[in-house]
Design a protein around this ligand. Sequence first.
Ligand code: NAD
Length: 478
Amino acid sequence: MTIEVRSYVGGEWIDGPEVPDVDPAHPSRVVAVARQASAPDVARAVEAARAAFPSWSALPAGERGRILTRAAEIIEARVEATALEFTREEGKTLAEARGEIRRAASIFRYYAGQTLEPDGEVYPSASPELLLIARREPIGVVGVITPWNFPIAIPAWKIAPALAYGNAVVWKPAEVVPLTSLRLVEALAEAGLPAGTLNMLIGKGSVLGGPLVGAGVDAVTFTGSNATGASIAQLAARSRVKAQLEMGGKNAVVVLADADVAFAADQVARGAFLSAGQKCTATSRVYVERGVYQRFVDELAALARKWRVGDPTDPATAIGPLVSEAQLGTVLERLRVARSEKASFVTGGTDRLAIDDGYYVAPTILTEVPRTSAVLREEVFGPVACVVPVDSLDEGIALANETDYGLSAALFSRDLRAALTFARRVRAGVVKINQETAGLEPHVPFGGMKASSAGGREQGKTARDFFTEWKTVYMAPV
Ligand code: NAD
């Protein structure tokens, strides 16, 4: 029987026109049917959240934490079933899907713990008898807009802190991952989240996303492309809505001649090719010191040829399909432009890989890429790495910084001085030494510099800054 995914408003599952949710490895297979919400549903969802907010925010913080802990337990108990649906819907391998679901559970646990952390500060006052405190209060109703590439972890790292700090949520997940989104909502509802505290709207960003920002929410947290982020920023400014935007990356790695080259190649392959390169923190530019350049390219190419591309439900598969036909078209077009600009293809090419009828692209290594080429400047969001020789650490850092983005960067070297210099001078929100650019821990701040982010960091204790606001209280005895 086909699974139907409906929007969730005020604790009710609501109907709408059908759109098939297809398997990117076998697009003729329908994984679920998504019933689309409409603009009036957006207003109803915000109303439901507004109505739920006073009692949710007034609940003892530990009680909110208890519900989040229970949600984490439910998510964990269902890892296998959810992972299979997730893989069929999004195309990530089963191992990656399982890892992401577990990570979502640990994010809920982490923020459950945060509910009992201090939520304010006491200040000395000019008047000795006065008690002067500042405390953090929830903002109110938060709009959450998320992409498809981490369909459960990103929603978790927005929804968990939003709820933990006492806010009500209206969530618009990406349209291509309704089923995984449904499973997250079910876990929270079953954990005892009161009706209206979390609402979910299934449907297109162009139909629901803009209206959500202008529908009377107090804040909006968004992850997605820079183009969408820019339009949300404008709408938010017009509606005087606090906005947090996490956007694209063009993440660079520098490999110095003293690095363990085989290890560096393995880490770069992981960063560039896993999840078919569809990570905001994916490695896309690699600057390698000349002395080890050719060896590095050979090692990376050997991995690109060895790693199995294919059905993501097969445990032997390392790289699954791209998420959709549209994404396949975008990636292949970027590769065609690179070829017309005379980039050299060490592996991969400009055609889709013929595996079943899925949206597959081979892991692609480009060299001889002109410095002005779009493939070196714009996000590809596919399994593509450009490798460029450099003469020094200084040149590597200068080129790593030669981008509008600033999300993640990595250095491979055994030289401590080089590591410290790189960590200080590279303009990225996340810096890794001898580790791939992707892969984050949930209890530390995450976000980018420059065009990658705006409105404050996510995750860890820093999430509190966005999901709460200060109230300063002067208490004088009469
Ligand atoms: P996208 O911008 O197309 O969509 C993201 C979300 O915005 C979806 O829910 C979509 O429906 C919605 N949306 C689309 N148009 C909208 C509009 N006009 N108004 C409001 N909402 C709208 O992005 P995507 O293709 O889903 O995701 C890929 C992008 O996300 C990449 O650029 C990637 O780098 C970025 N990303 C960033 C991070 C990060 O933390 N910095 C993490 C993951 C993904």
